[in-house]
Design a protein around this ligand. Structure first.
Ligand SMILES: Cc1cc2nc3c(=O)[nH]c(=O)nc-3n(C[C@H](O)[C@H](O)[C@H](O)COP(=O)(O)OP(=O)(O)OC[C@H]3O[C@@H](n4cnc5c(N)ncnc54)[C@H](O)[C@@H]3O)c2cc1C
Length: 463
């Protein structure tokens, strides 16, 4: 299951090489921020891969030799050019909230912190199309879009802290995936501006089609400096917490709700032990022992129909409040990988898996229960996959070693699930396992020396 780290990468970056690079940058870009203190290098070489015991072991001790914080596209070009001239690897970094070690530099060199490159460039008042610099935080963008009546279509549950460029390069979907599918679905990402890693770096702009190979490529084939996205109308989402005494009824409701005409932004289903462990929003009662919990973000016009619909399907509405009111923990920070975060805060010896479940879902869930008992607990999210409503599983697993993990993945695959393995380092192995020739071609065109985030694009290493 876990592959050895790719060593097909620029080897032997000496401290002298990095010192020469730092000196050349300091001379040519007097305002640029260079960070070389061990604490800074450790902090900026980390992300949230510790959810995976496999990655934790593989990435132990991987560190950048220099971190550079940029604020302008010109500075990004200067760093790219210097890295190419000195043959030093460069790993782009947003907020460092990725889960697969995406921004951990495997080959040392430079980590480029892009969070200072964070301006909203434009919002088209007619179409709502937004262009922003890649380091902009998604939460800040949401705030800036609101006066125009617009909102981002898709957000990770780390929406407050994650960057736009990091979401495009390293994320996949999340809140909103029930309506808008995933970032790679045509129509969400409309364009990119990138800097190439060459001795004379180029600033390139791509339309939606040209951007596709750089979408979810872990920053291996271009440094994103700006992103153009389609947006959605802003809605004040209503948060609903609904409890079910019966697991079958809860699953049936979660499968049926996305097929109604109710406008939903997210739907999270938590099996009883998870529901009992996660925090409840202020004023929301804890679930009764054994109750399963459905978390919904629904449009205000759904509120006449939703409560009786849920009741008719065996649910009990326990709490309801519009988003943004009070200081309560928002429901959007209880789903997706925040479920894993909250669970692991209490159970650090657990990890997780990601999969698209087959329809119907119940036979797979029952077979896994039969084999693994309560060492696997189900957390489901409603998504739109190729235009159809589906349930994704982010089950929590008691860690029993790599062999047990591989067995569970094999079992789920054999029952029709599509696994997105969060315990691997490369773009391909975390996805469908296949090499995307367009991603590799984009790397050849934009990073001919293979210096961008080395070791993360298997198609490049194996070409
Ligand atoms: C609790 C928790 C919940 C999460 N929930 C979700 C979720 O719902 N959906 C989801 O998709 N993800 C989720 N994630 C993963 C992660 O938070 C998101 O994908 C986030 O958008 C990553 O943004 P970032 O700025 O932190 O990126 P980083 O972690 O900094 O970087 C991610 C990748 O993008 C590359 N990169 C960053 N910026 C650039 C750039 N400008 N140019 C080129 N490459 C770049 C990096 O090299 C790295 O490979 C979650 C993580 C945690 C810890």
């Amino acid at each position: 299951m876990s592959r050895p780290l790719s060593l097909n990468r620029p080897e032997g970056v000496s401290d002298q090489q990095v010192a020469a690079l730092a000196a050349s940058l300091a001379a040519s870009q007097p305002g640029i921020e260079l960070l070389a203190a061990p604490a800074d290098l450790a902090r900026l070489s980390r992300d949230f891969h510790d959810y995976s015991p496999v990655l934790q072991q593989q990435l132990e001790g991987r560190r950048a030799q220099l971190a550079v914080r940029v604020h302008t596209v010109e500075e990004v070009m200067a760093v790219a050019g210097a890295c190419a001239c000195h043959r030093v690897p460069l790993t782009p970094r947003g907020a460092g909230t990725g889960n697969y070690g995406q921004c951990v530099p495997l080959a040392g060199g430079v980590v480029l912190d892009l969070t200072g490159l964070n301006r909203l460039r434009s919002i088209d008042p007619l179409s709502g199309v937004v262009e922003a610099e890649a380091g902009a935080l998604l939460g800040d963008l949401e705030t800036e879009l609101r006066p125009a009546g617009r909102a981002l279509r898709l957000l990770p549950s780390t929406w407050r802290t994650a960057s736009l460029g990091g979401f495009i390069a390293g994320g996949s979907g999340g809140i909103g995936s029930l309506r808008w599918g995933f970032l790679r679905d045509p129509g969400n990402l409309l364009g990119l501006e990138i800097v190439t890693l060459e001795m004379s770096p180029r600033l390139l702009r791509f339309d939606a089609q040209g951007s596709a190979p750089l979408n979810h490529a872990y920053g291996t084939n271009g440094i994103l400096t700006a992103v153009r996205l389609a947006t959605a109308e802003a809605v004040i989402w209503q948060q609903l917490v609904v409890d079910f005494a019966d697991a079958g009824a809860a699953l049936a409701a979660a499968s049926a709700l996305p097929a109604t005409a109710l406008l939903l932004q997210s739907l999270t289903l938590l099996e009883a032990p998870i529901a009992a462990t996660l925090p409840s929003p202020h004023g929301c009662p804890a679930p009764e022992p054994g109750d399963h919990r459905l978390l919904l973000l629904a449009a205000p016009d759904s509120l006449e129909v939703l409560p009786p619909w849920l009741e008719a399907h065996g649910g009990r509405l326990r709490w309801q409040a519009p988003e943004g009111e009070g200081r309560s923990m928002p429901l959007r920070e209880l789903g997706w990988n925040h479920t894993t975060l909250h669970w692991r805060a209490r159970h650090p010896d657990w990890t997780y898996l990601q999969m698209l479940l087959p329809r119907p879902e119940a036979p797979l869930i029952a077979a896994v229960r039969e084999r693994w008992g309560d060492a696997v607990l189900w957390h489901l999210e409603a998504v739109r996959q190729d235009g159809a409503a589906r349930l994704a599983g982010l089950p929590l697993l008691r860690w029993r070693g790599a062999a047990a993990l591989a067995e569970l993945m094999d079992q789920c695959r054999s029952l029709g699930a599509v696994i997105f393995n969060p315990h691997v380092l490369t773009v391909e192995d975390g996805g469908l396992g296949v090499i995307d020739a367009d991603q590799v071609a984009a790397k050849a065109a934009h990073d001919p020396a293979g210096l961008l985030n080395p070791g993360k694009l298997r198609g490049w290493d194996e070409r």
